[in-house]
Structures are given as structure tokens and as C-alpha cells.
Design a protein around this ligand. Sequence first.
Ligand code: CA
Length: 225
Amino acid sequence: MRILIVEDEKEIADGITEILKMEGYTSDAVYDGEEGLDYILTGAYDLVLLDVMLPGLDGFEIVKRARAEGIDTPVIMLTAKSQVSDKIQGLDFGADDYLTKPFDAGELLARIRARVRKTADIKGSTISAFDIVLDSSDYQLKKGDKAIKLSKTEFQMLECLMINKGQILPKDMIINKVWGFDEAGDYNSLEVYISFLRKKLKFVGAKAGIMTQKGVGYYLGGGDE
Ligand code: CA
């Protein structure tokens, strides 16, 4: 799960980053509107936490432009308490939810879970897809009573495939989600990790498997196709 934080108050952005990290989410933070929009348009994020008052472009404009470009990533707007009309305006422009600042960690995490649950079967720290379960608390891949530990990279890659099960994910998108934009990720590394994951799926006896869509990318299939 990769979350984008667009928030110009660095202290708040850092605080959110810490909270997300403790919960096992990977996040990137950007501090101005234009950069925020650029990052959202990559489609590499599973969720966006978007401040309203930002230098460059404001949060409403960002969500409006992202939706106009066909980006359907869930967006939770972060609004100041005084801006009551923000809520309605944000939702009108295509935001999915809003959170009034200041908020506590529990409230933030509850809202995040509520948004991502719509695309995947996420209960507490586990995600299920087809016959496999992935646990973010210990990076274990499980099928029935068999389990195997994954590395952080393997975990992030499989999580991304499970959240989007059945959907073909382009190679570049997986690379961006797993390695981010600043780190080195390439097609060779991607293929290496895909083969590690296939071995581990086989080890636990999963019917679910990582399928190759030639020339495009990969998807998680249930084993029945
Ligand atoms: Ca702000």
C-alpha cells in the first residue's frame, strides 16, 4: 500500500508519515500543489491525503484535475476546522472523504482503512485475495496453515497485486509503487522479484498465481483461468 501525502506544513506531513510507517504503510510526502498533482497523475498511489491550502495549486484544483485525467485513486482531503464549506466543495470536486485538522492517529487510520477496504478485503493487518492471505504485521504470506516470510520488497509487490487482483498492472506502475521514484527499480529487478514471489506462492501451495500479460505487465489470478 503506497500513500501520497500532499501537505505544505512539514510538521504535519512528518507526523502523518510516522503514523503510516508504524502501521506498515509506505508513503511519500510532497509539499506543494503542483508537485502533488504530478505525483497523483502517475497513478502509482493507492490513496492520497490532500491538504486544501497549498502553495501552487490548492487541493480542490488538484482533485478536480486528477479526476479530469481519469485518475480514480481515493482522495481524503485534510481541511482546517474553520473551513466548513471545504467539505462540500471537496466532495463536489471528486474527493472521497475529508478529515478535519487536527485529527488523531486513530481517526486517520480508520478513514484510510475505510477507503482501501472498498478495493480489497482488508481486515486489521491482513489482506486476502483468492486463497492467499498477506499479513502486514509480520510480512507473512499464508495459505491455510502454511506460511512463509517475505522480504519488504516482495511484500510490497504482492500487496499491490493482491489489492488489484485480476487487474493487469503495467510494469512501470509496479516499479513506481514498490521502489518509488527516487530509488532504483528496473525491469530486471521486477522480474527477479516476481520469480521469488512465484516460488513462495508455490511453497505455500497457493492456487493464486502471478500471471504475465506479455509486453504489458502482471496480474494476480485465482488459478482457475
Ligand atoms: Ca496547508
